[in-house]
Design a protein around this ligand. Structure first.
Ligand SMILES: Nc1ncnc2c1ncn2[C@@H]1O[C@H](COP(=O)(O)OP(=O)(O)OP(=O)(O)O)[C@@H](O)[C@H]1O
Ligand SMILES: [Mg+2]
Length: 294
């Protein structure tokens, strides 16, 4: 069965729905504050915001890895299925999570296993436990892994140990794993934060390609505003756990970015951009806007 056929599981037009998500951590730190969000099937959305604004925490709630506050009513649905309700994670979360791919900044591959076996880990939800334990995969499954590796351009490395790959290649293997998994929603938490600019472009272009060709819904947290602007149609800005911007890249103004990043804005802009008059009609970012791409 092709990945696309498997994706019939998400027939809805809304892939992600979040209502009134609140999260306090110990010490009464209010990290997510009444988040309401809908992401339609096939969207590719960038999540931006200063360090500590709650991006990772939000993604982890969507994957059902962290439970919201129980004191307030809240709901997170993925593909029309409840991930968590009023701070209680759904009982069938493993089945829901099998359709949610998660890509991490630090790749989360098993170093000592081959690249191909790491990709096949994406199938563990679908095969008997004993097969997973002894890494027994059918030839058709191995072929599927190779095809996924081909799509991300590293099939020639399939037999190498994961630890021997470069950072960019490891991230591509992690994306291939979500392809084999047949994920309908891919959550990527700072997938390019540890990569050089060339590898970063490559990884974002691969995600864009999966989004276009497979209709996979993609939500990516990023620090690199330039990438968000260039590759995404919709950008969500988080500030202290609240959504303060949700719109097209063209609507993202210098003022908004200064507000979003506060004292961290200096790391994003050329000094002259910081002195842009706030009343200017040209404050929406132009394509030539100079960001530092880390
Ligand atoms: N398990 C936890 N216990 C206590 N506080 C936490 C926990 N996880 C996150 N936080 C706090 O929640 C806030 C948001 O953290 P989060 O990691 O979501 O931010 P972020 O936007 O992803 O930041 P960065 O860009 O640095 O990755 C921070 O103040 C962080 O210290
Ligand atoms: Mg984070």
């Amino acid at each position: 069965m092709s990945n696309w056929a498997k994706r019939e599981w998400f027939p809805m037009t809304t892939t992600l729905k979040i209502s009134n998500l609140n999260k306090h951590f110990s010490g009464n730190k209010h990290v997510l504050r009444g988040i309401d969000l809908e992401v339609r099937s096939g969207e590719m959305v960038a999540l931006i915001g200063a360090s500590g604004s709650g991006k990772s925490t939000l993604l982890r709630h969507i994957a059902g890895l962290v439970a919201a506050d129980t004191q307030t009513e809240s709901l997170i649905e993925v593909g029309g299925r409840c991930v968590q309700h009023n701070g209680r994670i759904a009982k069938d979360i493993r089945s829901i999570r099998s359709k949610i791919g998660f890509v991490f900044q630090q790749f989360n591959l098993v170093d000592r296993l081959s690249v191909q076996t790491n990709v096949l880990v994406g199938l563990l939800h679908a095969i008997p436990l004993w097969r997973g334990l002894v890494h027994y995969f059918h030839p058709s499954e191995k072929k599927q892994a190779l095809e996924s590796l081909k799509r991300v351009g590293i099939h020639e490395c399939h037999a190498q140990r994961a630890s021997t790959l470069s950072g960019g290649q490891q991230q591509r293997a992690a994306i291939a794993r979500t392809l084999v998994q047949g994920a309908n929603l891919v959550l990527a938490d700072e997938p390019i934060a540890s990569l050089d600019p060339e590898s970063s472009r490559n990884v974002i272009e691969i995600l864009k390609n999966i989004n276009k060709e497979d209709g996979c819904t993609i939500l990516v947290s990023l620090h690199q505003v330039e990438f968000a602007k260039r590759y995404f149609n919709r950008i969500i800005g988080l500030q202290e756990g609240q959504i303060v911007f949700d719109g097209a890249p063209s609507e993202l103004t210098v003022e908004l970015l200064k507000k979003l990043y506060g004292s961290q804005a200096n790391e994003l802009f050329e000094p002259e951009q910081l002195s842009t008059p706030s009343s200017s009609n040209n404050s929406a970012l132009s394509p030539s806007f100079n960001f530092h791409i880390a």
